[in-house]
Design a protein. Structure first.
Length: 122
């Protein structure tokens, strides 16, 4: 299709939301994995964790503290630089129910509570 300026993408249904941290449905997840990138990812076809927006990472011996070394020169689609502040805001918006960005579609943030045991103040 030389010169084509559109992509047709067939799906079973629509994504419920693109606030991916607050969704659990497969359609939203499928879209989110195509348009968002995390600090870490899975090596394709495996469950091996590999760096993504983090160039590398390390933890203390108890795995209770993690240090991520972020890729440099990355920008969001609007040109805003990707940096530690952006990472912290994203974690805070999920962890703290009083955070002004802790909205999502439902505000449940299921995966946050499943992985980290609850919200601030629980």
């Amino acid at each position: 299709m030389a010169g084509a300026d559109r992509l047709v993408y067939a799906k079973n249904g629509d994504a419920i939301s693109l606030d991916c941290t607050d969704e659990t449905d497969g359609e939203s997840f499928e879209v989110c994995t195509q348009i968002f990138e995390g600090l870490l990812a899975f090596k394709p076809g495996t469950t091996e964790v590999v760096p993504a927006l983090a160039e590398r990472y390390e933890s203390n011996p108890d795995a209770t503290e993690w240090t991520f070394y972020l890729r440099k020169g990355v920008k969001f689609q609007d040109g805003t630089p990707f940096n530690a502040q952006a990472v912290v805001v994203n974690f805070l918006r999920q962890w703290d129910p009083s955070h002004p960005l802790h909205k999502g579609r439902t505000g449940e943030f299921y995966y946050w509570t499943a992985f980290f045991g609850g919200f601030k103040g629980d």
